[in-house]
Ligand binder design. Structure first.
Ligand SMILES: [Zn+2]
Length: 396
């Protein structure tokens, strides 16, 4: 089945992540896409499972069985997209124009998913000699809290044997994300949490009677800005992924202009590089702040704990896949990127992963998201060739 035709169908089925906001409606969450994917694998005649992660949110997993002695590749693509607020095109109308296809998810990552599904269906139909066993996973909740991939890796790592397809650890994995046809072998991860300050509320006509939680947060913010500037000297930048960073993305506090505020909170985004511990980085920030401010503050639990993808276990897989990429595109190099993907969670579960897919991250999450159709077709061919090569997991 043609990747472009599949992609049009995927774009037309909204699977928007509310990203933590309290939103409901037919376009939110992955339910309808999950149903489509289950139908896709059913029509293909392969074994598949719909695995509930939490009520209403599921991973869909399907398998092509080549030979029980052949290595197993896990191909993963996420089902969800970011929200569509402010988009200048109809997000769910897949328009093809000038060699591009437009729509929410065209680039991140319904394009990569369509390419994988197309390669997978060709594999099932052609049944080539010397192929790998291939597990295709379509995971939920990548954009917000990554519970889909966390549940998926448990299928082989926690011994509960909940899956016929991933009861055994796969040998290698390819994760679809827009890499502009280069091969991502290392990336950063993100730990995110809130910091709270508190004070004493009072009428603003006499602020001396209160304690202003926003002023306290201002002191925290100045200290954090200083800390962010120091990070390069505290954590040696990674050769492929660059620096560890810290950024504050949200702030809120107070109830009205004539009340001295008794609460203020911020959200912190700390990007970790390979070698860093996603929980320890929070403790380092806490220690730093304790030295800098003379009042109490609180940390929330992190809602995401960063894991980076290190490039020390996926060398052979990377070299092998790079040959397939070179053969199809005439280019392609190993790179590291600053953003996170499912690959780091797969690596944590002892499977070497790489990230590869059509499209540029520059077009992901944009108001007129699009994908280059030439790259979509080339990526489909690369995925197919990778599925067919049972030496993909071998040492180079
Ligand atoms: Zn993505």
């Amino acid at each position: 089945m043609d990747a472009l035709e599949i992609l049009k169908q995927l774009i037309a089925i909204p699977s928007v992540s509310p990203m933590g906001r309290d939103l409901t409606g037919p376009e939110y969450y992955e339910t309808r896409l999950t149903e489509f994917l289950a139908g896709f694998f059913k029509d293909l005649g392969v074994e598949y499972e719909v695995i509930d992660v939490v009520p209403g949110r599921s991973n869909v997993v399907a398998i092509y069985r080549a030979d029980k002695n052949a290595p197993t590749i896990l191909m993963d693509a996420h089902q969800d997209t970011v929200p569509v607020d402010g988009m200048t095109i109809d997000p769910f109308d897949p328009v093809v124009k000038d060699g591009r296809i437009y729509g929410r998810g065209a680039c991140d990552v319904k394009g990569g998913m369509a390419a994988m599904l197309s390669a997978f269906s060709r594999l099932v139909k052609e049944n080539p000699d010397n192929a790998n066993n291939v597990v295709m996973s379509c995971t939920c909740d990548e954009e917000a809290t990554v519970m889909g991939i966390k549940d998926l890796v448990k299928l082989w790592s926690d011994g509960e044997n909940r899956s016929q397809m991933l009861g055994k650890r796969p040998d290698v994995s390819i994760v679809a994300e827009p890499t502009e046809m280069d091969l991502v072998v290392a990336h950063r991860g993100a730990t995110r949490w809130k910091i709270f300050t508190s004070g004493v509320a009072c009428h603003s006509s006499d602020p001396t009677k209160g304690v202003n939680a926003i002023y306290r947060m201002a002191k925290i913010l100045s200290a954090l800005e200083e800390y962010a500037d120091m990070l390069d000297s505290l954590v040696k930048p990674h050769s492929r992924c660059g620096s560890a960073t810290l950024s504050i993305g949200l702030i809120s506090g107070g109830i009205s202009v004539n009340t001295v505020p008794d609460t203020c909170e911020i959200e912190v985004d700390r990007r970790v590089i390979p070698g860093e511990d996603g929980l320890q980085v929070m403790e380092d920030v806490r220690e730093f702040l304790k030295q800098r401010v003379d009042f109490d503050f609180e940390f929330s639990e992190p809602w995401i704990i960063g894991t980076a993808l290190p490039d020390d276990t996926n060398d052979d897989l990377g070299n092998n896949l790079l040959k397939q990429i070179n053969a199809v595109t005439g280019g392609g190099v190993k790179v590291g990127v600053p953003y996170g993907t499912h690959a780091s969670r797969i690596a944590e579960a002892d499977v070497p992963p790489v990230v590869f897919g059509p499209g540029s991250v520059a077009q992901a999450h944009t108001k007129d998201e699009w994908l280059d159709i030439g790259q979509l077709e080339q990526a489909t061919e690369v995925y197919y060739q990778a599925c067919c090569d049972n030496g993909l997991a071998a040492a180079t």
